[in-house]
Design a protein around this ligand. Structure first.
Ligand code: ADP
Ligand code: GLC
Length: 476
């Protein structure tokens, strides 16, 4: 089976969150099962720098008269996955985030940039493609590639089937009506059964509407988004397509997220030899300017600083949390207001609360390893990867019962299977109660070891998910 995996992000080169991680690891897991998977991604500067020899394999034509025509280049990722780099410098040769300009606002031509990505994905799955390699399935990911399903839908002749994977319903890719023509979509696409969404064109809706199948990244999230309360305006459409909608829980890249062989750590450790974790804690405290206290639980956070992630709830609970007492290490970037508020909290509690504003891969690994407890109080969470990392790193997570968090974290009240702490209401009080339970358990070393080991024993590799994707492809 030949699969084109279309994505706007690809770890380790271009990543703003979980989608980049998934794109960087799921294709190799599928290839290990014998599928011929190739990844289509924009040729951002980081990719061109890493693959300077990527050779030209096609010039897709007839895509709205772009001059000069975009170029597809092929490269081979270190794990053996072929990459198709969509080289169109005018759209993609921009530094920094794949979505935001220097002022932190969306690029004004994002509809054209990701419209082109979608269009080339569809071109590769159509008779128009000049490549010998023809995918059976175009696997789209999030709004940035949602339009590929629509282009395929409106194409005449033979075409690949499409799968749309929803990593986050909150980002809907909304643009005004005029973009319909700029993107070369037919007039008939402008209706409720098409890409129109309350007077806007929605890339996300396009994917949900036209894909031959839809999946999201956990079963609980697949259920939640069909309710009006959590469907973000798409619940009706998702219910309508319920027979085509499934949930497949993400895996993680266990080669990169492995405490026994993680070059970012100060010392490696494993479930059998957990003592190396203490060294990581002490060094992390030193690196972040926290008091080197073994007797205080250190709570860690690696997160976008947004309301989705409940970072406002944790901010509200933080003064009480610090009084328990406990230490807090936060790494993240996000909304300006939350960044300012978190920085102020850290200034007020120097030595006890450290906040690093920025995107720092090494520090993310060190927090996963050096913290005693990981905190993830998300309001909604399609899957979430950080709780999976923290389970593997022997850092029991405190999470809200939502989406993928509910599907992966088992509350410590279940002595035999518990691996973390789960709370219900999205309030600072409920979060604080869970944090109190966690810190209390931490003070009981025997109990804590058991919890850590139960978490570390969880198999979060891609194996199970990859098999489910193969089944889904086969059904298509
Ligand atoms: P989301 O994609 O919604 O942000 P996930 O939990 O699926 O949430 O994935 C987030 C990914 O991004 C993880 O790999 C996490 O380690 C990483 N990450 C988030 N913020 C930062 C940061 N400030 N520095 C380094 N890595 C980060
Ligand atoms: C999104 C979601 C996150 C998920 C990730 C990868 O960014 O917010 O929960 O883990 O995609 O699927």
């Amino acid at each position: 089976m030949k699969i084109l995996f279309a994505t706007p992000e690809l770890a380790p080169w271009v990543k703003t969150g979980g989608l980049g991680e998934v794109a960087g690891s799921l294709p190799a897991a599928l290839r290990a099962l014998g599928l011929d998977v190739r990844v289509l991604v924009p040729a951002y500067p980081a990719l061109l720098q890493n693959f300077p020899d990527a050779e030209e394999i096609a010039q897709p034509r007839g895509l709205g008269g772009l001059l000069p025509a975009p170029v597809l280049r092929q490269a081979l990722a270190p794990d053996g996955t072929p990459l198709l780099l969509l080289d169109y410098p005018h759209y993609f040769n921009r530094p920094g985030s794949p979505y935001l300009g220097p002022e932190g606002r969306d690029w004004l031509d994002n509809h054209l940039r990701f419209g082109l990505l979608s269009r080339v994905a569809a071109w590769l799955g159509s008779e128009a493609s000049t490549l010998a390699w023809q995918p059976d399935i175009v696997h789209c990911n999030d709004w940035q590639t949602g339009l590929a399903a629509s282009y395929l839908h409106y194409l005449p002749g033979q075409r690949a089937k499409s799968l749309f994977t929803l990593h986050n319903l909150a980002f809907q890719g909304l643009f005004d009506h005029a973009s319909l023509f700029e993107l070369g979509l037919p007039d008939k696409a402008w209706r409720i059964e098409g890409v129109e969404y309350y007077g806007y064109l929605s890339f996300l809706k396009a994917g949900l509407q036209h894909a031959d199948a839809i999946n999201t990244v956990s079963q609980t999230y697949a259920n939640e988004i069909q309710t009006d309360a959590e469907g973000m305006g798409m619940a009706g459409l998702l219910r309508h397509r319920a027979e085509r909608l499934s949930g497949i829980l993400n895996g993680i890249d266990t080669r990169i997220w492995n405490p026994a062989a993680d070059h970012h750590l100060y010392r490696s450790y494993s479930a059998r030899r957990l003592d190396g974790k203490d060294t990581n804690k002490a060094e992390l405290q030193a690196q972040l300017g926290l008091a080197q206290r073994e007797d205080l639980p250190l709570l860690g956070v690696v997160s976008r600083l947004t309301e989705q992630k409940g970072m406002d709830l944790l901010l509200e609970a933080a003064p009480q949390l610090l009084k328990l007492p406990a230490q807090l290490a936060v790494l993240g970037t996000g909304s300006h207001a939350l960044e300012v508020a978190w920085a102020a909290l850290a200034r007020k509690h120097r030595g006890q609360c450290a906040v690093t504003l920025g995107f720092d891969e090494a520090l993310a690994h060190r927090i996963e390893a050096g913290a005693d407890i990981f905190v993830m109080p998300s309001r909604f969470e399609p899957c979430g990867l950080n709780q999976l990392y923290s389970l593997r790193y022997g850092t029991p997570p405190v999470v809200r019962a939502t989406g993928g968090l509910a599907d992966t974290v088992i509350d410590a009240a279940d002595e035999k299977h518990g691996n973390g702490f789960v709370f219900g209401p999205a309030t600072a009080e409920a979060l604080l109660q869970a944090l109190q339970r966690a810190t209390k358990a931490w003070h009981d070393p025997g109990r804590w070891r058991k919890l850590q080991k139960q978490g570390m024993a969880r198999d979060s590799s891609w194996a199970a998910a990859a098999r489910q994707y193969v089944e889904l492809y086969q059904r298509l």
